[in-house]
Design a binder for this molecule. Structure first.
Ligand code: FAD
Length: 292
């Protein structure tokens, strides 16, 4: 199913993200976690591509297996910055063959050692280039893109970031998913600016449940997200108690999602990081709101 059917329905959607195994030997564990998350009947699931250290070769396999076996609509991620045209075209052909309908088109983080002065040799400079390639492939993909309520770390200012985002949408992006954020007001403000810029596609709010203190630094360094004092206090108070931190992190994420739903945001994606217990707890906390 094309995700736009879900995201434009006006009904609440709650979806989860998983990442592929880091090594071939961890494939079984990742599949087990992914299947458990699929059994929660999320509105859809996404599978990252090479993010978080996961290898990219399994993205399409995991996405197509889960959709076939569990009937959960799947979104397969694809990045381009460090890839050749040949690799990207092969991946697109693999997706077509596997019946993938939804693709998250990303530039990807610039690998350490890939120097800016080599830029003229890069085959894909921005996610927009990948979106054009996907469109030219002739497959009727439903294409998503990433957006940044707190501005992409490489952008000079939000105005430029949003102008490039408009180009991305105009190139053929049918929906956007946000980088994680911990302060909903930043997201509401961003949504206002997107609509003002003429970006009208559905925007899925990305929520990351922080369930251990070690995740905090990594999440901030990856996303540059602002940590509200309320969240910092939770980490200060419970960070050294794993069970308490997990419970508080799930409660904080749940609270953020309830606030989003209450303010008319219908589509929320949880960065569940291959943790079925966290996905289940959040789903259960929201069961009456999502009708499950
Ligand atoms: P772009 O849209 O290309 O933007 C990158 C920067 O370039 C921004 O500063 C933008 O303003 C600027 N820009 C865009 N177009 C132009 C232009 N024409 N001229 C000048 N500047 C321009 N990473 C992975 O490796 N695998 C994943 O699966 C993955 N999934 C993600 C899912 C989501 C929802 C998000 C938010 C991020 C994900 N990432 C993933 C991380 C992502 O790859 C990085 O954030 C990356 O740095 C930017 O990717 P992008 O697609 O947003 O890039």
């Amino acid at each position: 199913m094309k995700l736009t059917n879900i995201l434009n329905s006006g009904k609440i959607s709650l979806s989860f993200e998983v990442f592929p195994p880091k090594t071939d030997t961890s494939f079984e564990n990742v599949m087990a976690a992914t299947e458990e998350i699929a059994s929660l009947s999320p509105s859809f699931m996404s599978v990252t591509y090479g993010a978080g250290g996961g290898t990219s070769k399994y993205t399409v396999d995991i996405a197509s297996n889960i959709e076939r076996t569990y009937g959960v609509p799947m979104l397969a991620h694809l990045t381009c910055v460090s890839s050749t045209k040949e690799t990207v075209r092969t991946r697109i052909a693999d997706m077509k063959k596997a019946g993938i309908e939804n693709v998250m088109a990303l530039r990807g983080d610039i690998p350490v050692g890939m120097k800016d002065d080599d830029r003229s040799t890069w085959k894909y400079l921005h996610a927009t280039d990948l979106i054009r390639e996907l469109k030219e492939s002739g497959a009727d993909f439903c294409i998503g893109g990433a957006c940044y309520p707190e501005v992409h770390p490489e952008s000079e200012c939000q105005k430029d970031d949003i102008a490039y985002l408009k180009e991305k949408v105009d190139a053929g992006c049918s929906f956007l998913t946000t980088q994680m954020f911990f302060d909903n007001n930043l997201f509401y403000n961003f949504m206002y600016k997107l609509r003002e810029a003429g970006i009208t596609v559905p925007v899925v709010a990305g929520i990351m449940p922080i369930t251990n203190a070690g995740q905090v630094e990594r999440a901030i360094s990856l996303s540059g997200s602002f940590m509200p004092q309320r969240f910092k206090s939770i980490v200060d108070r419970f960070g050294s108690d794993p069970a308490a931190m997990k419970q508080a992190g799930i409660a904080y994420a749940t609270d953020q999602i309830i606030d989003l739903f209450a303010n008319g945001i219908t589509n929320v994606h949880v960065y569940s990081m291959n943790k079925p217990d966290v996905a289940r707890a959040i789903r259960d906390n929201l069961s009456e709101m999502i009708g499950k």
